[in-house]
Design a protein around this ligand. Structure first.
Ligand code: CBY
Length: 433
């Protein structure tokens, strides 16, 4: 064979030896994309693309290229107004997510976004978080949100101190844990943030001490180890809800683990199976899993890169309503419900319609005995969050909250989505995390 004929062959051989990126290997193939239809459907339905809660949904739909140009323009215009009118009251993580959603890609001409102003405001909110840590090491919100802050500040050239990031994001920090249990969601977003910071240092954008770079590198390595230690038998990372962001963290740090430590196809296949069984019905849950299935991560956010517009891939209209509340049938079931404060337990048996959720039980108990069972809840992107019970208020600075349990086990769902069963022993317990 003449040398000139050999060249393409050598090229092909070399190409096949280049390890393919994990995200490429794991992304759902074109043929299997219809498996994602339920997720896109849940997210795009009009009720969940409104308000600040829509940030994660928008970010996910835009990263995945699931909107057409009209939908994108309409949703972004609406979202800008929301951000403008609510900005002062947003938490740091909410504003960070909003910036990531708006700047996920370069949208239709004619929409102008004042990034520098938003990023400056985020810088101030992040500063306030750090300041709050001076007292007892607790930020105003939590490390999940601090990670989103650093990620957005890093991607959008905001102000933050690299040595401070290297100091506070040590994997031993208590803020990565709730009740001594490592929070995979938190660890995964921290890996994404730290990876962005590391890249900005190595590309020369950010000048810093090599000691900080080494520390950040080490934090990523340890966090990846912790995430992998939460891999379950069936392939999920942590639980169903944390898997998507954990996949993103593993995609961007494939040189920190061996190929045999994570078989991403197993995780992906498990997730696809869960989707086919009706999981991820909550818009935020769908939004958290979708980017990874498209081989994307939050590090792909780039305001200067034109958005990819799908041509109505699934023919889903923004008007189509979708019900997320489980069907409630006429028959009644009895459950036990208690409020536990330290060693004092107040118990009641309530009757609710079959198919009811935890919140319905709390409402019924409150109706029957307001003195013992009164409560308040706040709407979040994961549904209602119980803030006070009998007037006692949860507080991030003291790391207190109202924990939800069923039959002695903490729930992995919120009050608005956990469907109760006859005879359940339900509990809200005053806890410290
Ligand atoms: N988002 C946030 O700030 C939340 C970050 C998060 C790590 C989040 C999980 C992960 C995520 N992807 O959003 C988180 N939970 C936090 C930080 C917290 C603490 C909130 C207080 C604070 N420091 O800011 C706290 C108190 C430890 C907490 N979560 C409590 C609870 C329980 C809520 C009970 C109540 N009072 O209503 C509960 C129900 C656990 C329990 N058994 O009591 C709980 N969390 C759950 C189940 C969850 C998951 C929700 C899953 C679902 N299907 O509804 C979760 C996704 C999430 C939301 N919590 Co917290 C974790 C998981 O299971 N993977 C930023 C914002 C901008 O979006």
């Amino acid at each position: 064979m003449r040398q000139s004929h050999q060249l393409p062959l050598v090229g092909l051989l070399l190409f096949s030896l280049i390890p393919r990126q994990q995200c490429e290997i794991c992304k759902v193939s074109k043929e299997n994309k219809t498996a994602l239809k339920p997720l896109v459907h849940t997210m795009i339905s009009s009720n969940y693309t409104k308000g600040i809660q829509a940030a994660k949904v928008l970010l996910s739909l835009r990263l995945g290229g699931f909107l057409n140009q009209n939908q994108d323009q309409h949703l972004i215009e609406q979202f800008i107004l929301t951000v403008r009118s609510t900005e002062p009251s947003l938490t740091s993580g909410q504003l960070a997510l909003a910036i990531l959603a708006l700047g996920a890609c370069k949208g239709p001409d004619g929409i102008s976004i004042n990034y520098s102003e938003l990023v400056k405001k985020l810088g101030n909110k992040y500063k306030a978080e750090i300041k709050n840590m001076d007292h007892d090491g607790n930020p105003l919100t939590n490390y999940y949100q601090l990670s989103l802050d650093v990620l957005a500040l890093c991607l959008f050239s905001g102000n933050y101190s690299v040595p401070k990031v290297a100091e506070i994001f040590k994997p031993g920090n208590k803020n990565y844990y709730f009740h001594k249990q490592f929070s995979v969601d938190t660890g995964a977003t921290a890996v994404l943030a730290l990876t962005c910071v590391k890249r900005s240092i190595t590309s020369g954008q950010n000048k810093t001490d090599t000691k900080d770079l080494d520390n950040i590198d080490n934090h990523i390595k340890l966090l990846i180890r912790k995430i992998l230690s939460q891999k379950t038998e069936n392939g999920l990372l942590g639980n169903r809800e944390s898997t998507g962001e954990a996949m993103q963290a593993l995609f961007v740090s494939s040189n920190y683990y061996n190929r045999n430590q994570w078989v991403c196809q197993k995780t992906r296949n498990r997730v696809l199976k869960e989707i086919s069984q009706g999981a991820f019905r909550m818009p935020t849950a769908a939004a958290q899993i979708l980017p990874a299935l498209m081989g994307k991560t939050y590090l792909d956010v780039n305001k200067d890169f034109s958005c990819v517009y799908g041509s109505d891939i699934f023919h889903i209209s923004t008007q189509e309503p979708i019900s997320v509340t489980p069907a409630v049938s006429a028959s009644q079931i009895k459950v036990n419900y208690s409020v536990v404060i330290n060693n004092a337990k107040d118990r009641i048996v309530v009757s609710v319609a079959n198919g009811s959720v935890f919140l319905n039980v709390m409402e019924q108990a409150q109706k029957e005995n307001a003195a013992l069972f009164s409560f308040t809840a706040e709407e979040t992107s994961w549904g209602p969050y119980i803030t006070t019970v009998r007037g006692i208020k949860a507080n991030t600075t003291d790391r207190t909250y109202w924990e939800l349990l069923s039959n002695g086990e903490p729930l992995s769902k919120g009050a608005g989505s956990y469907v109760v069963h006859a005879g359940d022993d339900l509990e809200v317990r005053w806890s410290t995390y």
